[in-house]
Design a protein around this ligand. Structure first.
Ligand code: DHB
Length: 396
């Protein structure tokens, strides 16, 4: 039977970043991933990196492609009925943001882990795991060829997304909570073969709803439209999409650039926080512990922030026999998660029109947005939240 110091379930941003950071501390790990490498590398998700994540990529040798190919921006625009206000992130905070799609981020980390001799078991599912309350974890898994094996680990990290089965044992603990919030709206996301509308992102609000102009490359664009959570792809013809994008975004010399739409999907809006994020030798990281709505694109950044605490915590425990940082993992990670929840909720609520809210709430919402945009302190606050906090740093 093989043994690994750290078993990581899930090769998403949390799992792969953790495996990479652990390697920097000289700690090896095994990553279990039920999907194929191609599937992981092709699934389109959001794609904004905070400055702290950009720095971590550069400092740990995974930033080369991102520096070469990502759209690194100094600012975002917020538009109200076609009138845009520029939030100069760089001037207001000294920080930038990068539009680097999540699947490109994953490609960078997979390539680097494999080049460093790391183990990622693709198409391998963990059937069950147990023993986190004792002195070792036992993991039963099924390989790509259908054979069953068992591995032991000192620690198991559930980085397996919002449907993680590993939340349940943590929620059995006294005082454990799972806080949730549902939203009355969703996003309709499209990918387009066509030229950029604008290099910098536009977050637009309009009587007809929110729209977001983002980008993937010079030739591929990512646009979103506020829609009803129950909408289906069939309800959104290309014609309706373009008509709504023009209505919600165009103005003051700018028009949304059309192209060939090659992907359509509905993104749900949800907030959830799990606290604590650990039990014995079991730890949650990323979406297995928390979900944020997409506005502001904090999801990947929060997953990285989790593992920026977890990696040194595990390394200190495994190489120094000192688990002080590891036992404080939830205490250190949860306050940042709540701040990201607040920001994502706040930005979402200012930019979306909620059909069930009446005229008073509608005008109050626009007044809040205008008050924020018209004050330098307001724009700086928005910018600080958007570029995010630095990643936590710990000596081991
Ligand atoms: C993208 C997604 C977001 O949620 C956001 O706030 C900005 C950009 C994107 O997919 O490009």
């Amino acid at each position: 039977m093989t043994h690994t110091p750290v078993a990581i379930v899930g090769a998403g941003p949390a799992g792969l970043t953790l495996s990479h950071l652990l390697h920097q501390y000289g700690v090896e790990s095994v990553v279990f991933e039920s999907r194929s490498r191609a599937e992981v590398e092709e699934t389109v998700r959001a794609g904004v990196l905070e400055q702290g994540v950009i720095n971590m990529m550069r400092e740990t040798g995974v930033g080369e492609r991102m520096d070469r190919d990502a759209d690194i921006d100094d600012a975002i625009d917020i538009s109200i009925n076609g009138a845009r206000t520029r939030i100069d992130l760089k001037a207001l905070t000294g920080h930038q943001m990068a539009v680097w799609p999540q699947h490109e981020y994953l490609k960078d980390f997979i390539a680097r882990r494999l080049a460093d001799g790391g183990t990622i078991l693709f198409e391998t599912s963990v059937d069950d795991a147990e023993g986190w309350d004792g002195d070792k974890v036992v993991i039963n898994y099924t390989n790509a060829d259908g054979t069953h094996e068992t591995m032991t680990a000192d620690y198991i990290i559930a980085a397996d997304g919002s449907k993680s089965p590993y939340r349940a044992p943590i929620l059995e603990l006294d005082g454990a909570v799972r806080a949730r919030h549902e939203y009355e709206y969703a996003w309709f996301g499209i990918l387009v073969n066509g030229p950029q509308t604008q290099k910098e992102l536009i977050y637009a609000t309009h009587e007809e709803g929110f729209a977001l102009i983002s980008t993937r490359t010079k030739d591929v664009q990512r646009y979103y439209l506020q829609c009803d959570p129950n909408d289906t792809v069939e309800q959104w013809s290309d014609e309706r999409i373009w008509e709504q994008l023009h209505t919600r975004v165009d103005g003051n010399g700018l028009a949304v650039q059309e192209g060939e739409i090659f992907d359509k999907s509905v993104l749900k809006f949800r907030s959830a926080v799990t606290d604590p994020m650990q039990r014995g030798r079991l730890f949650l990281a990323g979406d297995s512990a928390h979900t944020v709505p997409p506005t502001g694109a904090k999801g990947l950044n929060l997953a990285v922030a989790d593992v920026a605490v977890l990696a040194p915590g595990l390394a200190r425990a495994l190489t120094k026999g000192n688990d002080d940082l590891l036992t404080k993992y939830s205490e250190l990670a949860v306050p940042r998660i709540w701040r990201a929840q607040h920001f994502s909720y706040w930005m979402s609520s200012m930019l979306h029109s909620v059909p069930s809210q009446g005229y008073f709430q509608h005008r109050r919402r626009l007044a809040e947005l205008e008050a924020m945009l018209s004050s330098e302190a307001g724009r700086r606050y928005q910018a600080e939240q958007y570029v995010g906090l630095d990643l936590p740093k710990f000596e081991i």
